[in-house]
Ligand binder design. Sequence first.
Ligand SMILES: NC(=O)c1ccc[n+]([C@@H]2O[C@H](COP(=O)([O-])OP(=O)(O)OC[C@H]3O[C@@H](n4cnc5c(N)ncnc54)[C@H](OP(=O)(O)O)[C@@H]3O)[C@@H](O)[C@H]2O)c1
Length: 329
Amino acid sequence: MRMRKLGSSGLEVSAIGLGCMGMNHHRGPAPDRNEMIALARAAVERGVTFFDTAEVYGPFTNEELVGEALEPFKGQVAVATKFGFNLGGAQGRGLLDSRPERIRMVAEASLKRLRVAAIDLLYQHRVDPDVPIEDVAGAVEDLIAEGKVRHFGLSEAGADTIRRAHAVQPVTAIQSEYSLWWREPEAGVLPACEELGIGFVPYSPLGRGYLTGKIDETTTFGGNDNRSTLPRFTPEALKANRPVVHLLEEIGSRRNATPSQIALAWLLAQKPWIVPIPGTTKLNRLEENLAAAALELTPGDLRHIEDAASKISVQGDRYPRAVEKATAR
Ligand SMILES: NC(=O)c1ccc[n+]([C@@H]2O[C@H](COP(=O)([O-])OP(=O)(O)OC[C@H]3O[C@@H](n4cnc5c(N)ncnc54)[C@H](OP(=O)(O)O)[C@@H]3O)[C@@H](O)[C@H]2O)c1
């Protein structure tokens, strides 16, 4: 497995990581827990050294699963987790809670659930409109000084917020949605990362499964699968956005690769400090996705994708408006 550096931080990880959320959160009925532990360990055996979880996944149980799975590989892999949702029931707050005292509490609890002495990468999950980002960065700076956290990250933060945070505590990675059907980070966030030497971790790099070609307008999602609530996953949007999948299939047939592999190879081709974290609950798909690390798209492939994509207008918001509005950038 090829390795990549997340910006100038010194954190080096496998070029493709593993998003662990779907192992028991937001992606339909949770598969057998022991099988998911075995899958995470199989990923390590195949060279994956970068794993993604969060306090809110479960909540709590996803970190516990990841902690148990990776305990035998302490020091050999990097585990990233996130704080920032209001799971403590704080009165008068909405969806989010990034107050410094809460960050400390969550980090201490995550350390226990992950069974580690230090969290390799701790992200703020969403920017909290009620807590200045300087206070958030200061809280993580203290945890780093105490040896409880190694690297600081932000998820879905805008370029200005990233600059302000980075001035207090250097940011190692930004984790935001990025794929061929959600390219917003290209406008401001990726240039800011490049300028400041910050790595970028695309989440939902397979478009929550859509870009693999295995989902269409007849696919149904269970109540515990958040895709049932996303405007981009209505049957109409799934049908209308088919040209994106056709494009990936077309390049895939030229390069003898699957649409998923082309989607991941396209992300890897954007910048050498980009590390996508596709999620899966199946070993054959894990292997398929990891093989994309060795697939280099040619300048011709990339030009063709760029040209064709510029003619496609993607339909449907990625999140319901109320959810986007509850967070800041
Ligand atoms: N920071 C944030 O706010 C945020 C938000 C969302 C996600 N994330 C992180 O990003 C990770 C990945 O995101 P995601 O799960 O939303 O989306 P994703 O990685 O784009 O897609 C995952 C979905 O695609 C399917 N899949 C994976 N590989 C496949 C393949 N080769 N062929 C066919 N289907 C395939 C999986 O189903 P099977 O399990 O059936 O294979 C799963 O339903 C998460 O695990 C989480 O760690 C972060």
